[in-house]
Structures are given as C-alpha cells and as structure tokens.
Design a protein around this ligand. Structure first.
Ligand SMILES: N[C@@H](CCC(=O)N[C@@H](CS)C(=O)NCC(=O)O)C(=O)O
Length: 213
C-alpha cells in the first residue's frame, strides 16, 4: 500500500495539523511541497486537487481529499494506532466544538489577521498593517477566552486524552504565541499555558515545528 501524500508547505498550520495526526499514528507519509507564498496553490495541477486553492490536499491509495478536518478524521480512522477521537459523546462534541472555533474564528483572527501581517508580511519584505492587527485583537481575545473556558482544568482540549482538537490547535497556538500580540493575549490563560506545556515537547510537535524566517 502506498504511503499517504500531503500536498502543501510544512509551515501551513492546516498542513501541520495533518502531519501531527500522521505522526501520532506513526504512519509513514510523504509531503509534496506546494509553496503558497510563491502562488503554487493557484496552478492547474493544484487546483485539480483543491478547487478552492488551499492547502492541504491529501491522497492515499487513489483516495483524494481536501479540508483539514476531514483529512484528520480520515487519518485517525484509516490507520492503526491510538484513537484521536474520544468515544464519549460529550468529549467528542467538545472536540468538534474546538475544531469549529478554530476554523471559524481563531484561524482567521490568530493567523490571517495577526501572524501573517506581523511575521509573514515583513519576512516577504512588506510592512505590517498595524491598524489591521489592532482591529483583530477583540476577536482574538474572544477566541483565547473561549478556548481557555473550554479547556478549564482538563489536560487536553476535549478532556483527558489527546484528540484531533489538540492537533488542530497546536499549529495556530504555536504561531500566535510567537507574536507580541499573542504573548499579551495569552498572559492570563493558565489552562492554555498548562496545556501547551503538556504538548509542546511531544515528538509529533517538535518534529513538525516549522522554521519561519
Ligand atoms: N478550510 C480549509 C482551510 C485551509 C487554509 O486556509 N489553508 C491556508 C494555509 S494554512 C491556505 O491554503 N492559504 C492560501 C490562501 O488562502 O491563498 C481546510 O480546512 O483545509
């Protein structure tokens, strides 16, 4: 059986979540670089994999898939290894809630509106739009507070075991916490900080950590 292939750059948060799941399941995989900073996601070749011109795209044994959360669920179900989805209905719903919060609110606020203008734009020779970053702070703060409330006193986002919710959050949290805005937003979040201290040295996390800049 061929190894699964992940299409996208390792620095993409959504790509990294897929790699985290593959690492947690100890699956051998290949990464085919699609550099979004150089517009490679707009080529006909990539659009055939992902009509919305995003990364990641994924393929396994002739089965092609896009959308991060669908890929994560496939990886968990299709490969042996520890389950990354809780069996308990409440914990499973919590996992989906966290994924929904990230997809709908936290990725746009943390990554699109803070990390990209603060880190990626200057890296590419541009200037940070300070007003736009400032305008993102209320939504980012709401997301941080919501995630802090969800984790409460738990070890992981969906309760006592690592789940896809954690793998969704690791890449965006990692980037956000490297910005001055993130450091101040996360200053009073004991639950999230305890969570990060518990996950940051996992082999999957250190192995997939991208180098920006
Ligand atoms: N809904 C998509 C979102 C993926 C996404 O936003 N990927 C970003 C990189 S982290 C991307 O492709 N950005 C390129 C662009 O928007 O042009 C998913 O869940 O996979």
């Amino acid at each position: 059986m061929a190894n699964p292939v992940v299409y996208g750059p390792r620095f993409s948060t959504y790509v990294r979540s897929v790699l985290l799941a593959l690492e947690e399941k100890s699956v051998d995989y290949e990464v085919q670089e699609v550099n979004i900073l150089q517009g490679e996601h707009q080529t006909p070749e990539h659009l055939a994999r992902h009509p919305f011109a995003k990364v990641p795209a994924f393929s396994h044994d002739g089965f092609e898939l896009y959308e991060g959360s669908a890929i994560l669920q496939y990886v968990d179900a299709a490969f042996p290894g520890p389950s990354l989805q809780p069996g308990d209905p409440k914990a499973r719903a919590r996992m989906h809630q966290v994924i929904g919060i990230i997809d709908s609110y936290a990725y746009p606020a943390f990554v699109s509106q803070i990390v990209i203008p603060r880190v990626v734009v200057p890296m590419m020779g541009g200037e940070t739009d300070e007003a736009a970053v400032k305008a993102a702070l209320p939504l980012a703060e709401k997301c941080v507070n919501a995630l802090e409330k969800v984790i409460g006193g738990n070890k992981f986002m969906a309760g006592s075991a690592l789940s896809l919710a954690d793998l969704h959050l690791v890449p965006v949290y990692d980037y956000l916490s490297q910005t001055p805005e993130g450091q101040s937003l996360l200053a009073n979040t004991p639950g999230l900080r305890r969570w990060w201290d518990g996950v940051k040295d996992r082999e999957s996390v250190t192995k997939t950590r991208p180098q920006l800049g």
